[in-house]
Unconditional design. Structure first.
Length: 262
């Protein structure tokens, strides 16, 4: 949610806004349909509003919750300066235009990150967030069954892994999920990079990290080092991402309810 918010009009909590009869908001865009946790943010906002109404933005709460969630599952801890204000605009079109899809190649990934002031190293580091969580089979089954339209599999995927995924994900399955970091998807660690080096990255965007000298070098360094720098690097990259196009002062607002513009 942190990434999906900050990459669209900056870190302004716009992903939290509900759609209306006259506007399809960011959360209704296909890349965001699998994003969960809105209830957690709403509950935190309600509790904060009881203590100090109209002071803490939904944007700040979202970023603080993301940081604390990672720290809770043994991940790194980073600084989250507060004082952001909430955006008043949220459209599905903006989400589609700014969020790189799981099918993105390395060139489009680097361009998307560069447009937000993030480097190729930031791309490799933040992709490591895939060490936790699951994905719906429907987001990657084209890699298993019909990659080029000829009923084939993506040749960049390890063949044994393809077989394993096919046993779990059938064609057109919109319900079943798969772990992004098998065996470690509930613990924040650097094992994602070992997965990618074995050609078992779940998305094309994971595999794409091996198609650039800089990102490939980072992936390999984190997969092989005894004491990888991933935690320190992730904290640094998150702090950079959390500063994208923030609203302060008279810009934006402090929403009373995160799902609704005041």
């Amino acid at each position: 949610m942190n990434f999906h918010d900050c990459f669209v009009k900056g870190c302004d909590g716009s992903i939290l806004i509900n759609s209306t009869s006259s506007n399809q908001a960011e959360k209704s865009a296909p890349p965001n349909l699998s994003v969960i946790g809105f209830g957690v943010i709403d509950a935190a906002k309600a509790a904060v509003e009881q203590m100090c109404p109209g002071v803490v933005s939904c944007a700040d709460i979202l970023l603080l919750a993301a940081r604390d969630a990672v720290a809770t599952i043994r991940g790194p801890y980073w600084k989250v300066p507060t004082g952001r204000r909430d955006g008043r605009v949220s459209t599905a079109a903006d989400a589609l235009a700014n969020l790189p899809p799981g099918s993105a190649n390395i060139s489009s990934l680097k361009a998307a990150f560069a447009s937000k002031g993030l480097s190729s190293i930031d791309l490799a580091v933040l992709s490591g967030a895939h060490t936790i969580g699951v994905s719906f089979c429907s987001t990657f089954t084209n890699r298993l069954y019909n990659f080029t339209g000829k009923g084939d599999s993506d040749p960049t995927l390890d063949t044994e892994y393809v077989t394993r995924l096919k046993s779990k994900c059938k064609p057109n399955d919109a319900v079943q999920t798969a772990e992004m970091d098998p065996g470690s998807f509930k613990t924040f660690d650097s094992s994602y990079y070992s997965v990618v080096t074995k050609r078992r990255g779940l998305f094309e965007s994971d595999s794409a990290l091996l198609n650039d000298a800089v990102t490939k070098a980072y992936v390999k360094s984190q997969a092989t080092k005894r004491g990888p720098t991933f935690f320190k690097d992730f904290a640094k990259s998150m702090e950079k991402m959390n500063a994208i196009e923030i609203l302060t002062g008279n810009n934006g607002e402090i929403r009373k309810h995160c799902a609704f513009i005041n």
